[in-house]
Design a protein around this ligand. Structure first.
Ligand SMILES: [Mn+2]
Length: 316
């Protein structure tokens, strides 16, 4: 829902336009509102700064990395236009306003950008500022869709950097939890069943969220290429809910493996439950909503998904 918020941060005036109607976006840009990651479906709205990396701009780096070349150029009042609250989007605004030192952001934005563009292939614990990103994400986990949540995200970034000493305990707690999650994910991976090509993997049960670990990024190859990943689809039987989640590394790998549309080609082939079908997006989806998926059908699911691969290349 559209909101206009006029407020302040570190002495800067901020004029924030949240989720403007699609038809009014071009007008708002000509009035001086800087669009940050304003992708609406298949269309991305940008000004000369090109702060987006979706749709027609998918060849660009993440927005917060592009924003480094416009560091501190948004004078007060800073007029920005946004439609979501994630680390890349908020950090882009922070960078344009120059609210943290450039030498800090030159390192930090690159890492946030890496997580934004390759979330399943980046080990946050290996990043220099991974702890800051983890605290921020934990602190934003219950965010509401509102311009105020974007502004709170801005404040939280500043607070974590400026008052880092207060966050020592929470940082080590989150790091421990992350280490434990990776350990359990790897343990589940070792018990997983592989399809004949090795490209599809059945993790049953899956005790933690672990697709990032289990898909096995091959970092010497590009993130969007089939060679960039050991497995192209992980079938996770989620212990907590009894449902099944399918995860491919990203849309382009899903399409490379299963043809245009990725997993959309796969859902109709999978066994229905009480007439309800599988569904989701190109790279992520799952078993029928709200239904326990019978474990005895899982080998069949593995077989069907292996059979749906349009490009077969056995694992090296
Ligand atoms: Mn982004």
């Amino acid at each position: 829902m559209r909101e206009f918020i006029s407020t302040m941060c570190l002495g800067h005036e901020i004029r924030l336009l949240w989720q403007p109607e699609r038809e009014e976006i071009p007008d708002c840009i000509s009035q001086g509102f800087v669009p940050i990651e304003m992708a609406e479906g298949q269309e991305s709205f940008v000004d000369f700064r090109c702060l987006d990396h979706h749709n027609a701009w998918s060849h660009l780096p993440s927005a917060c990395v592009t924003a480094l070349q416009y560091y501190g150029t948004l004078e007060s009042p800073a007029s920005v236009m946004v439609n979501h609250t994630d680390a890349d989007c908020v950090l882009t605004g922070l960078t344009l306003m120059g609210l943290l030192p450039l030498n800090v952001l030159e390192k930090f934005n690159v890492e946030v950008g890496l997580l934004d563009t390759d979330p399943l292939g980046t080990d946050v614990s290996l990043l220099t500022c991974g702890d800051v990103i983890q605290v921020w994400k934990a602190g934003m986990a219950s965010l509401k869709q509102s311009g105020w949540s974007w502004l709170y995200g801005l404040q939280l970034f500043l607070d974590i950097f400026r008052n880092g000493e207060h966050y020592k305990a929470v940082k080590s707690r989150l790091a421990e939890r992350e280490q434990e999650r990776r350990r359990v994910a790897l343990e589940d991976y070792e018990k997983a069943v592989r399809s004949p090509s090795g490209r599809v993997l059945l993790v049953a049960p899956s005790r933690v969220y672990g697709f990032d670990v289990q898909l096995c990024r091959q970092s010497e190859f590009p993130v969007e290429s089939l060679q960039g990943w050991r497995h192209w689809c992980v079938i996770g039987q989620i212990e907590r809910s009894g449902s099944v989640t399918l995860s491919c590394p990203n849309k382009s790998v899903a399409e490379g493996a299963f043809g245009p549309g990725g997993l959309l080609n796969v859902y109709p082939r999978l066994p229905t439950i009480g007439g309800k079908t599988w569904g989701g997006r190109e790279a992520v989806g799952g078993s029928p909503r709200g239904a326990l998926f019978p474990v005895e059908l899982l080998p069949k699911v593995l077989e069907i998904i292996e059979g749906a691969l349009t490009f077969k290349q056995e694992m090296a």
